[in-house]
Structures are given as structure tokens and as C-alpha cells.
Design a protein around this ligand. Structure first.
Ligand code: SAH
Length: 336
């Protein structure tokens, strides 16, 4: 603020407008002289991104937003309303460099990292839209959960994502004042970044996209496995659980006849039994051009049973947003 030739106390005023009042139009900043508003907006809170469109489905309980960033880059976020909570799924990168063959984002490659502000604004605008009654559907009007499960690998954009978590969870007006416990960071398993993340001291949940319990298959489903193996990824996950005192979530997309065999369920159960863990099975959302599809119901049920036989807590994820390409792994930001 001093650099912009303004009184330092105006920093708090601007921060209050952005994070507490969710007043993003300079015209709303009535405690700042009218003549200074546009200049401050241009220098300190420029319009970073604009909504290209919103698309809803699931009786308006799911809404996907396509954003255009200042340089023309496209990214997507998804809001999911439930009777008792609201979850936002946000992007940390435009595209993704991890190249998982079943994921739509992975097919297009990495465009670029998002800035902290670009990550944060997806959520700040979602909170504002909820407050202003702009999101159809019903249920609570307060955001309860954030999942870094949109486009990108959050731990590959480490500093911006950690910065975003601070802005989201710092008390107002320095941040949005959301709970760290309501935030989930999902990773393919970048082991050094997982270790570093464990040392940040956050109470966030870590989700690990395992998808296979054996290195031979995981090397093909999550190619970064050729660098960090199942054993190393799980060890880093247990370390995170110990340091955060939170259960780790193991994500496992069930792909018919690829990773859904009984022996793999049993092997997964043996790897994670007795650990602070929750296994989240995701019916695969088929992506265009892929031969792969979701498991048969009987194979899914057998997979669940095998994990339960090991005493492992397991749930099958409810799939939202399928017909708007807003479901897990479908965010590809194609302009149609
Ligand atoms: N890069 C991070 C976060 C983004 S993806 C990660 O991989 O964890 C969020 C979750 O959706 C991951 O578990 C990912 O493997 C899963 N996913 C991707 N494509 C999917 C698809 N087509 N069907 C089901 N889940 C998918």
C-alpha cells in the first residue's frame, strides 16, 4: 500500500473488503476516497479471472464454473451442495503434468501453475456467490469443505498451494477464516513434497491417489510411480497422518478388469490395515477416447468386502457432475 503511495492502514481496509465483506467492486469501497479506488484496484486487486460460464446438474446441486484467467488460460472449479454441507473442488494448475492415462486433465498436459491469488479467488468467489444466493440448489449457504481435486497436481505447485491454504484459513481480514480441517489436498504421491507438507503443521487432510497396490500396475496408472514407489508413498502418507493427527484418505478409482481384482483388494487391505486411513473408492468416470470404464457392481462390492475383512474403513464415492464433465478427473476446460 505504501508502494502505491497510500496510507498503510488502507491495506487492512482492502483486505477486509476482499476477504470479509466479499466486496470485489471498487464502487463498494466507500471507506476509501472515490478517486483512489480505481488506482488501488488496478495496482493491488486487479481482476484476475472472469467467469466464462456456469453449468449445473444433479438438480442444480452441482455447479461447474469455467474461468478465463488474465492471459486467456482456462481452468475449472466445481461446487457441490449437500443437505448438510457445501464442498468446492478447486484447481491448482491449468492442466496437469502427471499424465495419468484415465484422467481427462492428464491427457492435455500442463499449461501452467496457478498463482496463489488465482487459487484463492475460485473459493472467495464461490463463498460470495453462495452468500448472494447466486447458486441454485438448496442446503447450507456456508462453504464447509475444499478439496484440491480439480485440475492439476497441488504438490507440484507447492508454494502457491501452501500460500493459498494460509489465505483461506488465516482469520479475517487476512484470510477467509475457514477451517484447515475442512481442506483436503490430493496428490499422486510426490514423496519429498508430502514430507515437506507434513512439516507445515497444517490440520488439513491428505488424500493419496493410489489406484493400485502393486508397482507394476501403478507404474502405468500413475506414471510418477516410476519415481516414488507404492511403499515410499504410503510411508510418507503415514508420516503425514502422524504429524497432522488426521487420517489419510487413500483414493482408488475402480477400473473394470484393470485394478479391481479380488487379489488387488486383498493386497491393498494388507498394505493399509491398522493404519490411520480411510479408503475412498471412486467409480471410474470414463473420459473421451478411453477404453476404460467403471467396475461391475459385483466386483465393486467384492472389493469393498475384501477391505472390510481387513478392518479397513472404506466408502464408495458418490459421483457428482457426470453429465457436465464436472466429475472426478473430467475437468479439461475445453471451450465448447
Ligand atoms: N492431481 C491430484 C488431484 C487431482 S485429481 C491427484 O491426482 O490426486 C483428484 C482425484 O480424481 C484423484 O484421485 C484422481 O486420480 C481422480 N481421478 C482422475 N481421473 C478420474 C476418473 N476419470 N475417474 C475417477 N477418478 C479420477
Amino acid at each position: 500500500m505504501a508502494g502505491a503511495g497510500e496510507k498503510p492502514f488502507r491495506a487492512r481496509q482492502l483486505s477486509t473488503h476482499y476477504f470479509s465483506r466479499l466486496a470485489h467492486e471498487p464502487a463498494q469501497w466507500t471507506d476509501i476516497p472515490a478517486a483512489a479506488r480505481e488506482k488501488l484496484a488496478a495496482e493491488l486487486l486487479p481482476e484476475l479471472m472472469s467467469v466464462v460460464r456456469h453449468i449445473s446438474c444433479d438438480d442444480d446441486m452441482t455447479r461447474k464454473t469455467l474461468w478465463r484467467l488474465h492471459d486467456g488460460t482456462l481452468v475449472e472449479s466445481v461446487m457441490m451442495r449437500y443437505p448438510d454441507r457445501v464442498t468446492m473442488c478447486v484447481s491448482s494448475q491449468a492442466g496437469c503434468g502427471m499424465n495419468c492415462p484415465f484422467c481427462a486433465t492428464g491427457q492435455a498436459g500442463l499449461d501452467r501453475n496457478l498463482s496463489t491469488a488465482e487459487i484463492v479467488h475460485q473459493i472467495v468467489d464461490g463463498v460470495r456467490a453462495l452468500r448472494d444466493g447466486e447458486v441454485p440448489g438448496g442446503g447450507p449457504e456456508r462453504l464447509s469443505n475444499i478439496v484440491f481435486m480439480g485440475m492439476g497436481e497441488p504438490l507440484a505447485n507447492y508454494k502457491r498451494v501452501v500460500g493459498a491454504i494460509r489465505r483461506l484459513t488465516d482469520p479475517e481480514p487476512d484470510g477467509l477464516g475457514l477451517s484447515q480441517r475442512g481442506i483436503t489436498v490430493s496428490t499422486v504421491g510426490l514423496v519429498p513434497a508430502m514430507t515437506r507438507f507434513a512439516d507445515e503443521g497444517f490440520k488439513c487432510r491428505l488424500a493419496v491417489s493410489l489406484h493400485a497396490p502393486d508397482d507394476e500396475l501403478r507404474d502405468t496408472l500413475v506414471p510418477v510411480n516410476t519415481r516414488w514407489k507404492v511403499r515410499e508413498v504410503l510411508d510418507a502418507a503415514w508420516e503425514y497422518a502422524a504429524k497432522s493427527a488426521r487420517r489419510v484418505s487413500i483414493e482408488y478409482a475402480l477400473i473394470r478388469d484393470i485394478n479391481d481384482q479380488a487379489w488387488r483388494a486383498d493386497l491393498l487391505g494388507r498394505l493399509v490395515k491398522g493404519k490411520p486411513v480411510h479408503v475412498n473408492l471412486i467409480p471410474l468416470n470414463p473420459t473421451p477416447g478411453s477404453q476404460w470404464t467403471a467396475s461391475r457392481p459385483e466386483d465393486e462390492a467384492a472389493f469393498v468386502q475384501a477391505l472390510e475383512d481387513h478392518g479397513v474403513p472404506v466408502t464408495v464415492r458418490d459421483t457428482r457432475g457426470q453429465e457436465i464433465d464436472g466429475a472426478c478427473g473430467q475437468l479439461a476446460a475445453t471451450e465448447r
